[in-house]
Design a protein around this ligand. Structure first.
Ligand code: FES
Length: 573
């Protein structure tokens, strides 16, 4: 087994010459022979002027390097793609697999004995974990950490649950132009990831729960000294793992750790996106996420974390209440405590060391939960022959069982054009339907599932309606919103044949989403659509073509078919 600079030599047909040339060039950077003989710890640089959620990456890199050198290793920083949520066209989900491929290939093609991946904004942590799961390089994940909270007129604000709430008030005429501009400067008051339980916080927690990052790493704010100490400790651990060669990501992404992640996802009131990413990350390690098992866990495991959008606090409060180890202590009897962590200990050991914080109201006990069921429910029915998902912890209780008339939007553009028209035929008890917003349809499965309340209803004070789609939704959003319907409408799923005026029934308790027409009528409509599918402009080149050809459905994690553990080009195929 080769190590350090000798790994993965560039092919010139003469290994000795390849190493000689490699050394000759790297010495141009001023490295000594002593440095070049050390174990090499790669560190990803995902800083970008377009990505404020990664604004502390340069500082974290310095801290990781310090940890690596304290342990006698050689840190080598290299760039990869960086994805900032609000700066990604058409969507960050569209780019997640590209980032995973870039990260995987850069790790594979450059010599390193272990790697520290630093990420935070929604799609970056899943992309990085998908990447490392496809390599055999010991890996430590360092999350960039959440922002601190904002303040406006005596109220504590958080990106981006309050972005949506306050924008909704602006749309309804309750907040004027000048004030909404002022608010835009207060919602995200520091670098770091969104500080509510959105996708970034969800993924930070899942990564820690799976043992891929150090205990307490999910919650330490981006700007706190704790965050930099965690980065230093992560560098030190990565240097130790470079020597020992263990654990590898595939040792950590197991049935047990995925089970733990599913429990945590339910108990934190996690983002629905987290489920897609968990499926994709586990899939790279050959572990299948059983959607029905996930749903059953949701009936048993209540939401314990009192964080927005399901509750009222923010990530920094979670950190000061003992962080994820303290939350997992409440779930101890349900978790696989022997699952390993990159700390060198088990998840059970991390829980045993969790801090007790008297009087805190952020982490609830099983006997006094925030919500009596978990974050998400998995739905079935004739509208979702695969599955659909609802974040029940952020839905309106009175709409969890509801039947209404369908008001259909053909696409995100159609919805944008018509939703606020004064003559739109819509009532508060209707069901808003958005289609052609799935992985292939939009493409990239935009977070458009949070259809805005039509302006004329918002002005009447309507705060929530049942909304259904094949799209995703930001983890920061609140509402009775059915998402991820599979198969998506663009590939001919039943969502594609819903007509204005059809009646749709949602019953979350029964886990059903149904189009109330008879089976024969549904089959007739589906046959007619199959014979005469609507025209769809398909990409003819580049990454967009690859995405169209290879992306899987939401219940398969939206990974590319050829990147799966058992896929045609997988290392185990
Ligand atoms: Fe990056 Fe929310 S926009 S974490």
């Amino acid at each position: 087994m080769t190590h350090g600079l000798r790994k993965g030599l560039t092919s010139y047909g003469d290994a000795g010459f390849s190493l000689f040339l490699r050394k000759a060039f790297i010495k141009a950077m001023g490295y000594s022979d002593d440095a070049l003989e050390r174990p090499i710890i790669g560190i990803t640089d995902t800083f970008s002027d377009y990505n404020p959620c990664h604004g502390n990456v340069p500082d974290l890199i310095e801290s990781v390097k310090r940890g690596v050198m304290l342990a006698g290793g050689l840190p080598m920083v290299f760039p990869t793609i960086s994805i900032g949520e609000s700066f990604s066209y058409p969507t960050s989900m569209f780019l997640r697999n590209l980032m995973s491929m870039d990260t995987e290939e850069m790790i594979r093609s450059q010599p390193m004995d272990s790697v520290v991946v630093i990420g935070g904004c929604d799609k970056t942590l899943p992309a990085q974990v998908m990447a490392v799961a496809s390599t055999d390089i010991p890996t430590v994940v360092v999350q960039t950490g959440p922002m601190v909270v904002g303040h406006h007129k005596g109220e504590v604000l958080g990106a981006c649950t309050d972005c949506r709430r306050l924008w909704g008030q602006h749309r309804a005429g309750g907040i004027g132009e000048a004030e909404i501009e002022l608010i835009s400067g207060r919602l995200a008051p520091s670098i770091g990831t969104c500080m509510v339980m959105g996708t970034a916080s969800t993924m930070a927690c899942i990564v820690e729960a799976m043992g891929l990052a150090l205990p307490m790493s999910a919650t330490a704010p981006a700007t706190h000294a704790d965050r930099r100490r965690i980065a230093e400790a992560s560098g030190k651990r990565a240097a130790e793992m470079a020597v020992s060669g263990t654990p590898k990501p595939i040792d950590l992404i197991t049935e047990g750790s995925v089970h733990n992640a599913m429990i945590v996802l339910q108990a934190i009131g996690g983002s629905t996106n987290g489920l897609i990413h968990l499926i994709a990350m586990a899939g790279r390690a050959g572990v299948k996420v059983d959607m029905d098992a996930f749903d059953r866990l949701g009936r048993e495991i209540p939401v314990l974390l009192n964080l927005k959008p399901s509750g009222s606090h923010y990530m920094e409060h979670f950190h000061h209440a003992g962080g994820l180890p303290a939350l997992m202590r409440e779930l101890k009897g349900l978790l696989d405590l022997n699952a390993l962590s990159i700390s060198g200990n088990t998840i059970g050991d991390a829980i045993d060391q969790a801090e007790e914080v008297p009087g805190q109201d952020v982490i609830r006990s099983l006997s006094a939960p925030l919500k009596k069921e978990g974050a998400m429910a998995v739905l079935h029915g004739n509208l979702a022959p695969g599955t659909a998902v609802i974040k029940q912890s952020a839905a309106s209780p009175e709409l969890m069982r509801h039947t209404g008339r369908a008001v259909v939007f053909e696409s995100v553009e159609d919805m944008t054009d018509r939703i606020d028209l004064p003559d739109l035929d819509v009532l508060a008890e209707d069901v808003l339907v958005l289609r052609n917003a799935g992985p292939k349809g939009a493409p990239g499965m935009p977070e458009a599932g949070y259809l805005p309340i039509p302006a004329k209803l918002a002005r009447q004070g309507v705060k929530d309606m049942v909304r259904i789609s094949d799209a995703r939704m930001s983890g920061t959003a609140f509402g009775t919103i059915v998402l991820h319907i599979t198969p998506e409408s663009a590939v001919g799923g039943p969502l594609s044949v819903v007509q204005n005026g059809d009646r749709i029934s949602l019953d979350v308790e029964a886990r059903r989403i149904e189009l109330l027409i008879d089976d024969a009528e549904l089959q007739t409509r589906l046959e007619a659509r199959k014979k005469n599918p609507p025209h769809r402009e398909l990409p003819i080149r580049g990454y967009a073509r690859l995405f169209e050809d290879c992306v899987l459905q939401a219940d398969q994690g939206c990974d590319f078919d050829f990147l799966l553990h058992d896929g045609p080009s997988g290392r185990n195929s």
